[in-house]
Design a protein around this ligand. Structure first.
Ligand code: SAM
Length: 257
């Protein structure tokens, strides 16, 4: 964004760099995650959906196979360009993309049947603003769907994950716990329909390299991993024959407006 302020500058910086590697990553392209999201969102053929913080438009394109129209909004121009190129290569004419702040989209109140945001909450310093904006732009009776990393309820465990994540990628702000997600959604006037919590494994070295190629940052991440507090169970690095694997907890929540 031309006048990106505050933490959005970190986000822009990180995702200008990661736009290609994120777009082709296993986690972004996981069929399991995409299918789970579609199952929960259930976009109908007549509906208009928003993909907030759409990145390279993977979720936008998935929604577009079912909904009448989908608009993707993302703060990072390189991501939006990638999303436009991919949609055009796929021959989709019911999607469009905008560079903008997902917490303040400028779209009219109640102008969407549903809104989705995937892997974005943890980049947003005041996440209630995103819940509030999604609740505002979705019509009464419409749906809001969130898929993101899940943090522990325990504050110390949550801080440790935040330390590891931020050392790897300063655009990460904080993952939320289930209780935090529920409370923010409720404060935004949303009514819980369904929540799912599951674990997801990804290649640790690939995840680390996407975030940073600075050897000092890599060393700090490695060190932080050795000082894990007790009671952390939603973020773990496992040694497997194929190499290090990062096991993350994921949350998929759906609410009615
Ligand atoms: C990890 S990527 C996820 C992209 C996409 N939602 C997906 O799951 O494929 C995070 C994206 O959030 C965007 N982002 C972070 N904060 C944002 C904000 N306040 N407004 C709009 N986009 C934001 C970044 O630019 C980046 O493209």
């Amino acid at each position: 964004m031309e006048h990106a302020a505050g933490h959005l500058r970190e986000v822009n910086h990180a995702f200008e760099r990661q736009s290609g590697s994120f777009a082709t990553s296993a986690v972004a392209n996981s069929d399991e995650l995409r299918q789970a999201l579609l199952d929960v969102a259930q976009p109908a053929g007549s509906e208009r959906w928003l993909d907030a913080a759409c990145g390279p438009g993977i979720v936008t394109r998935a929604l577009a196979t079912r909904a009448a129209r989908v608009i993707g909004v993302d703060a990072t121009e390189a991501m939006v360009q990638r999303a436009r190129d991919a949609a055009s290569s796929a021959g989709l004419d019911n999607v469009s993309f905008e560079v903008g702040d997902a917490t303040n989209t400028g779209h009219p109140t109640a102008s969407f049947d549903g809104a989705v945001t995937r892997f974005a909450i943890h980049h947003i310093p005041v996440p209630g603003r995103l819940f509030g904006e999604l609740a505002r732009v979705v019509r009464p009776g419409g749906r809001v769907v969130v898929l993101d990393h899940l943090a522990d309820e325990d504050a110390e465990a949550r801080s440790w994950v935040q330390e590891v994540e931020r050392l790897r990628d300063p655009s990460h702000w904080a993952s939320l716990s289930p209780e935090m997600m529920r409370r923010l959604a409720e404060q935004a006037g949303l009514t819980m329909v369904e929540e799912r919590c599951f674990s997801f494994e990804l290649d640790f070295d690939d995840w680390l390299a996407r975030g940073t190629d600075d050897p000092k940052a890599v060393a700090m991440v490695d060190h932080a991993l050795t000082v894990r507090p007790a009671g952390t169970d939603r973020f773990a690095v496992l040694a497997k024959p194929e190499g290090r694997v990062l096991r993350l907890a994921m949350w998929l929540g759906s609410w009615s407006r």
